[in-house]
Design a protein. Structure first.
Length: 119
């Protein structure tokens, strides 16, 4: 997906008309229309940065070099952090309770661990 398509999608997701976005960016509605039609491209890199900041995406995303918007990357990163925290908590709980676990449960846990792929 190219800049023109991404700009239009981002604008529509925010429920903005071309006129609204033009006012926000302090450019003409015709400029927005040209960008979305792919007949023109922002010549000023500061404008590109302003657009990216407004939509909370990276300039790479706007330019089609990055498939995932910034918000999706943050969500993935947050999930990774949550997963690691849950994993550490589980290990701590198992370590603290290992002596109290029934032998059958310990054997089942060992079987599960052996079935997992190694890091």
């Amino acid at each position: 997906m190219n800049f023109s398509a991404r700009l239009k999608i981002l604008r529509e997701r925010k429920g903005l008309r071309q006129e609204d976005l033009a006012l926000i960016l302090n450019i003409s509605r015709q400029a927005i229309s040209n960008y979305e039609q792919g007949t023109r491209f922002p010549k000023d890199e500061n404008l590109l940065i302003t657009i990216a900041d407004f939509f909370e995406v990276s300039t790479d995303y706007l330019l089609g070099r990055d498939y995932f918007p910034t918000e999706l990357k943050k969500l993935v990163k947050d999930n990774d952090v949550t997963y690691e925290a849950r994993k550490k908590s589980l290990i701590k709980q198992l370590t603290n309770r290992a002596e109290k676990l029934p032998e059958e449960l310990i054997q089942r846990l060992i079987s599960l661990l052996e079935a997992l792929p190694s890091d």
